[in-house]
Design a protein. Structure first.
Length: 271
């Protein structure tokens, strides 16, 4: 059975491939971007923070990997022309897109549904679901130019089994599982595009710190240790695998230090 978390990438596994990653400026997005570049992919760094994207671009260049591209896109505020411009630029520069990782997202607040702030709810659902849908829709024609394309949506354990206080974030992750399944079913047999979800699990990121402020950070895996599963799903190792829901590491039991007791934490982007 295909198990991406057990994959061992080869040095040129993604050679010749073009991979776009949202939220590429920090955390898991940054780690996956660097890993893809090490495997010889041409990486398109998508995010809203130019300084962070420039830094990742510089790391890729310093390592001697294929030149990366930067695409500034604020998923919370982007309008139709912004998505169109990105699709046009990708098609003009590369002629196709072989991989798309939806990594950027908002946590929102950890609050009971009864007290959840409605504007925050709308922001989280927009960034995590609607923006991912729009970006995918606009890039489908570019993905169809590839002979072996992959779309990966970032999942979460709370989007597979809901837990108290996770509110809009959990609901958005349930929605992404549904979006992935629908899109996979639509494309299977009529295109070379496969669609899957991947739950990274515990990772030492700003979003994790916001959700679990009392957690011992030294017990949480670095994002760099979780990239093999992403390479497996974005590259040839997963050819023919679609409609799946995978994990980057063995499931962990919920932490008792979750910030359910901190309902006033502000929405924060992982991009």
């Amino acid at each position: 059975m295909f198990e991406p978390r057990d994959h061992v990438p080869t040095p040129a596994e993604l050679a010749g491939r073009v991979v776009a990653i949202t939220g590429a400026g920090s955390g898991i997005g940054r780690a996956v971007a660097l890993a893809c570049a090490r495997c010889q992919a041409s990486v398109v760094l998508i995010g809203r923070d130019a300084a962070k994207l420039d830094a990742v671009h510089g790391e890729i260049a310093a390592a001697g990997s294929p030149e990366a591209s930067i695409a500034l896109l604020d998923l919370e505020r982007a309008v139709a022309r912004d998505y169109d411009a990105l699709a046009d630029a990708l098609l003009e520069r590369y002629g196709r897109l072989d991989g798309l990782l939806h990594n950027a997202g908002l946590l929102g607040t950890l609050t009971p549904i009864e007290h959840y702030d409605v504007p925050t709810w709308c922001r989280v659902l927009h960034v995590n679901v609607t923006a991912a849908f729009v970006l995918t829709q606009l890039l489908l024609p570019v993905l169809k130019k590839s002979s072996d394309a992959s779309v990966v949506f970032t999942a979460s354990s709370v989007g597979r089994r809901g837990r108290a206080y996770w509110g809009a974030y959990a609901v958005s992750k349930f929605a992404l599982e549904g979006l992935s399944q629908v899109l996979s079913d639509e494309l299977e047999g009529i295109s070379h595009i496969r669609v899957n979800t991947l739950n990274p699990g515990r990772a030492r990121t700003a979003m994790r710190r916001q959700a679990y402020p009392a957690e011992d950070i030294n017990t949480v895996p670095l994002p760099e240790t979780l990239t093999a599963a992403y390479i497996a799903l974005l590259g040839p190792a997963s050819r023919g695998v679609t409609g799946g829901a995978f994990d980057a590491q063995p499931p962990a039991r919920p932490s008792s230090t979750a910030a359910a007791s901190s309902p006033d934490s502000k929405a924060r982007s992982s991009s």
